[in-house]
Design a protein around this ligand. Structure first.
Ligand code: PLP
Length: 382
């Protein structure tokens, strides 16, 4: 295979390359914000909200400081609070569960499917008289089995708060992530496909009254410049981030296409390998926030790749129910066996939009050679 290469580093992310590609435009945007001298609220934030609303086909978007606050505010406004239970998977980024804890509710974990998303078959057994909401997490950019989850939620009168932090732009059967429940909560953290130059997030909803209340809550609970209607937070998106995100929203289709192409190439190259490779179901539109394989000798494979300059990572090595912070929930090893096994086997490969075909081929070649699947070169040139 002539064009595979491992003679240079293949980074897991490459935000510097993104900055370089957009440098002149970003400097102009930053310059404009500086000249206007308005850094909180106003037209640029409203413009970002309008553009995201168009993109998602939603009537309301509330720009916020983070995906974590998006989750907290959505739950607050949905009336989830002290004494309530929220069903969620134990294999997400810690923020999903932390948001539940911070609003005073109790996270109730439900194990996941081989594809790492919540297992709808296990949800009903976790419902109690205290259950108020289900928080599915569209992990890796793959939309959960929402038809099943909606059916269960409707039957039990539960809210759905989607943790869509990793799945902006993803869809299932033409329906966009974040548009299945009353609230879709997104992160625009630098590592997300639509990324700010720092922390940012937003909520997407069609509920106008709820949106109005979230707008108030993100700004100290103030209903006007002098009146505090309720105790609020400081969860606003900065003008600078809104301006950058409005610009980057135009680039998002290209980012998604590049990531999907990278994923397709990985899938093709690894199709015969003895490991779990994320598939793409016919109705599924996955934006591949991450590309996570599952392999038994994960730690050895990660070392093998690292020794050849290929950076990988693990999302997430310690399941949430086994984190020290979660000890009060009373869980132990063995409570969520699929999540626990996956924590030993998952490995996130570089898939960012700045790696090229030869990088992907080099990664796949090294995986195949590690797995001793015969001649890696033969497979890759097949
Ligand atoms: C699944 C998931 N939920 C919630 C969050 C929290 O988002 P943020 O970091 O913007 O607060 C993240 C991202 O970081 C995430 O990946």
């Amino acid at each position: 295979m002539a064009d595979a290469k491992t003679d240079h580093q293949i980074p897991y992310v490459n935000l510097a390359a993104q900055s370089e590609e957009q440098f002149d435009d970003l400097m102009q945007i930053i310059g404009q914000v500086l000249k206007q001298g308005a850094f909180v609220g106003g037209q640029k934030v409203a413009e970002f909200e309008e553009k995201v609303a168009d993109y998602c086909g939603a009537s309301q978007v509330i720009a916020l400081n983070s995906g974590t606050d998006a989750l907290m505010l959505a739950m607050l406004v949905a009336g989830v609070g002290r004494g309530d239970e929220v069903i969620t998977p134990p294999n997400s980024f810690i923020a999903s569960t932390a948001a539940i804890v911070h609003i005073g509710a109790r996270p109730v974990f439900v194990d996941v499917l081989p594809d790492q998303n919540i297992d709808p078959d296990k949800i009903e057994a976790a419902i109690t008289p205290h259950t108020r909401a289900i928080m599915p997490v569209h992990l890796t950019g793959r939309v959960c089995q929402m038809d099943r989850i909606i059916e269960i939620a409707d039957r039990h009168g539960l809210e759905i708060i989607e943790d869509a932090a990793q799945s902006f732009g993803s869809a299932y059967d033409g329906r966009m992530s974040g548009r299945f429940g009353r609230f879709g909560c997104f992160s625009a953290h630098p590592l997300k496909n639509l990324n700010a130059l720092g922390d940012a997030g937003f909520i997407v909803t069609d509920d106008e009254a709820a949106a109005q209340r979230i707008r108030r809550l993100r700004n100290h609970g103030m209903s006007d410049r002098v009146t505090v209607a309720e105790w609020g937070l400081v969860s606003r998106m900065d003008v600078l981030q809104a301006a950058v995100l409005t610009y980057r929203l135009q680039k998002l289709p290209d980012v998604i296409e590049r990531r999907r192409n990278n994923a397709a190439l990985y899938r093709k190259l690894l199709r015969h390998a003895d490991l779990f490779v994320p598939d793409c179901a016919p109705k599924e539109f996955n934006t591949f926030h991450t590309f996570v394989i599952q392999v038994q000798s994960r730690d050895e494979l990660q070392k093998h790749l690292a020794a050849r300059g290929i950076k990988t990572t693990i999302h997430y090595p310690i399941p949430i129910h086994l984190q020290p912070a979660a000890k009060d929930l009373g869980h132990g090893q063995g409570d969520f066996p699929v999540t626990e096994r996956q924590a030993q086997e998952i490995l996130t490969l570089p898939i960012n939009q700045h790696i090229d075909e030869s990088d992907i081929k080099a990664v796949a070649r090294e995986i195949l050679s590690f797995l001793n699947e015969g001649s890696a070169n033969d497979k890759i040139s097949a």
